[in-house]
Design a protein around this ligand. Structure first.
Ligand code: ATP
Ligand code: MG
Length: 393
């Protein structure tokens, strides 16, 4: 069967009233954006709680479905046959042709489900179902009706024209990116933070990212790995502005002046301060990290508390209660795992202490920070001023 259109269903929970408009607008924008990579000439229309997508004459079906499956907010993708008429006899014949083409002489049980967009249509839905069912049974001896658990549900929708579909390809769910504000993701080269970015985007949040780079201790290849990860998740999140911050001087000062076992916590606190600055500048309403309780010393409840203490914005941690195995499973699913495990150094791991504190106290950490050089504020300012932005599309 060659299709030239799709019905796209979205989950309607929580999108009533004014929200619905924002949600639908964002969803249409994301569909347009993703499909512009496939071909020109797709047409996206909103239609009573779903989206109707008509395809150009030439397009790659598999690629189109692949792109649609990456769009948050899409609950299901239904390739439809369009019947350019709403006369019931014409519809019956066309639905029959559709069934012949899709199911051939396979033995299947089926049920017809009908929907009239216009309640003035002369035949009511239950009648459409039974008439259509009778017609199909007569035309195809290989079909049997099962109204309870049919193998195939043949959906017939009547508008100015009519649609028939029976295949329902699941989408990723969630909410369309752009429907729920903007946040700044602290993106390192590890497994966790790309997954955290993916998950926050799944709730409709637009993602910007910041990476703390410590040349020459971290290499260009480590930076490239982060760019590649941003590229991989941008397939789901949409374009990302990646802020690359030179963190070397701040880091060296922390290493030189502060107790070794507190290094990671103090570094993390500086990262949060800088990230918050960029977040505010970009109109972000929160920070996002890949932290999960207890995963490492810097992610115990006490450590998270110390890191959090420097932030005025909310910090969202989508993975907070996830086991590493579950995080890995998501990273494999979204295609970031292989890149994440490439063995390039990260600025947090190269100077890591053998026995980092696991129960730091805020007062003690604040005291240690007073040991930093007088120039630390200048270093922070330089890091802010020399940040580079890479546009990931
Ligand atoms: P990940 O797998 O995301 O690297 P991790 O388990 O290695 O996480 P940490 O290194 O403790 O954990 O980092 C915790 C979080 O801090 C990361 O998930 C990320 O959000 C942020 N982070 C750490 N290092 C950097 C960095 N160099 N640049 C930006 N963010 C970072
Ligand atoms: Mg890391």
């Amino acid at each position: 069967m060659t299709y030239s259109a799709f019905l796209i269903k979205y989950s309607e929970i929580g999108i009533k009233g004014k929200n619905r408009y924002v949600f639908e607008e964002a969803l249409c924008a994301r569909i347009n954006e993703n499909l512009s990579r496939v071909a020109e000439g797709f047409k996206v229309e909103r239609e009573q709680g779903r989206i109707f997508l008509s395809c150009p004459e030439e397009f790659d079906y598999d690629r189109t479905v692949r792109e649609l499956k990456k769009i948050f907010g899409v609950w299901a993708i239904c390739p439809v046959k369009v019947i350019p008429d709403n006369d019931f006899e014409v519809i019956k014949k066309n639905v029959g042709d559709y069934v012949a083409e899709v199911y051939g002489d396979k033995e299947i049980t089926f049920k017809v489900e009908a929907r009239r967009a216009d309640k003035r249509y002369p035949i009511e839905s239950p009648q459409i179902c039974s008439d259509m069912g009778a017609y199909l049974l007569e035309r195809f001896p290989n079909l049997k009706v099962d109204v309870r658990e049919p193998q195939v549900r043949i959906h017939v929708e009547i508008r100015n024209n009519a649609y028939v579909f029976s295949e329902i390809i699941p989408g990723p769910g969630g909410m369309p990116v752009g429907a729920n504000g903007r946040a700044m993701l602290l993106l390192s080269g590890g497994i966790d933070s790309p997954v955290a970015g993916y998950m926050i985007a799944k709730r409709g949040v637009t993602v910007d990212a910041v990476y703390f780079h410590a040349p020459p201790y971290t290499s260009e290849r480590a930076l490239q790995k982060v760019i590649d990860l941003a590229q991989i998740i941008s397939a789901y999140t949409g374009p990302i502005r990646l802020h690359v911050v030179n963190f070397t001087d701040i880091q060296l000062d922390i290493i030189e002046k502060c107790p070794r076992d507190e290094l990671t916590i103090i570094m993390r606190r500086y990262m949060m301060r800088l990230a918050e600055h960029f977040a505010r500048e970009c109109g972000s309403l929160g920070l996002v990290t890949g932290e999960s309780i207890g995963q490492v010393a810097s992610q115990t409840m006490q450590s998270l508390n110390c890191t959090n203490a420097v932030c005025k914005m909310p910090v969202f941690r989508p993975l907070i209660a996830f086991d590493k195995d579950d995080i890995i499973a998501i990273s494999e699913k979204i295609g970031s795992y292989e890149t994440s495990v490439l063995p390039f150094e990260d600025c947090c791991t190269i100077f890591v202490a053998k026995h980092p504190v696991t129960k730091p106290e805020i007062a003690q950490i604040e005291k240690s920070e007073t040991l930093l050089s007088e120039k630390i504020d200048e270093m922070v300012q330089t890091a802010l001023d020399t940040r580079e932005v890479i546009h990931i599309k």
